[in-house]
Design a protein around this ligand. Sequence first.
Ligand code: UD1
Length: 417
Amino acid sequence: MLSYIIEGGRRLEGEVTISGSKNASLPIIAASILSGKTTKLYHVPDIHDTRITLEILKHLGCKVKKNNGKIEIDSKHMDRHEIPEHLMREMRSTVVLAGAIIGRFKEAVFSYPGGCDIGARPIDLHLAAFKKLGINIEEEAGYIRCKCDKIVGTKIDFDFPSVGATENAILASVFAEGETIITNAAMEPEIVDLANMLNAMGAKIEGAGTKLVKVTGVEALKEVSYKVMPDRIEAGTFLCMGAITGGTILLKDVVPEHITPILSKLEECGNMIQVKGNTILLTAPKKLKGVDIKTMPYPGFPTDMQSVFGAMLTVAKGPSVIIENIFENRYKYVGELKRMGAKITVEGKTAVIKGVRKLSGATVKSTDLRGGAALVTAGLIARGKTKVEHIEYILRGYENLDQKLRNLGASIEVVEG
Ligand code: UD1
């Protein structure tokens, strides 16, 4: 087990450059399978989840080279269609590999995905989209076998705008015969990034970023070099970390429009936000104000920021109410924050936070990626020493978090045990 040791109470000040987006990199790496050629990717964060995805690609027969921030994937000799269970269990987003494998080979075998335990996280919408595309699905002994002779364009109407299912539907339909119309599609920027990458390879995808996505099947894709978008959740996390410490921080390499709801809430808390090009300067007030938050699909307030905001609001003046509408199990961090002195009550989807004057350092345990980031956020302001255990969860999604925080003036070290 790895842990962070944080000495709280240091004001964050300085610049931080935002890494490439985890959630955009994963489907984009999957998309590289489709061409059967070489794909060069830039700005892919070097984190557990991208490493696992690349491991799976190697297992499938792709050649993967990493060189100075560039990843080269050659999928020409890919000859396997089965994702091994032990790698599938490592993370949920391995499921988007299925759409790409089926798209290329009309055949894929995989098991139910693993990942952070933040809710039931079924994959029924993914499988329903595959079925609509004419793919036959058999479930047997925990494995899902997908096969078809050809993929035929169709109409896919999602009951809920699932990010992963929208990505899978796009990946599986790039080579379909005719047109695939996806309605009630997720509108997240990561979907736009995936579509931009595929279009740069020669795919025909229109409407990504809106509720209606149209994919016109093409016969082949070409080689591409592509730079992944900045990580909007990492950006939001650093802003909250700056805010809780009363700091001043400048984010570089960020797309401010991607985080509009985060910026508005931070302003409502009393922070001053100055946007200039692809930079954001946050100047925190002496005392943050409580705010109410409801998580929603994009362009609403992102569920991935809920826990980090929750941590920040524990020391705000006045009460805050959070309603978590996307994942039912995203309040596991609350019990840990309470050990640090936070006053939070949770009932179903709702958390009510009563701001306290101070938090105290304690030994706490990460229970999932963003919940872990919330504990680090709290540790930055808590009096004394905070030990955040099981940071393996945090390392899944944040690149060099401790180093970036040290550069901003935090006292944070990684320890074994
Ligand atoms: C992605 C993000 C994750 C983010 C989430 C919501 C990646 C790698 N992960 O996850 O960080 O928190 O979007 O913005 O991009 N659902 C079903 N059936 C399905 C699929 C989803 O019921 O087949 C439900 C889920 O249980 C959840 C909701 O839909 O309640 C949203 O899930 P979804 O948008 O699919 O999230 P992910 O793609 O898993």
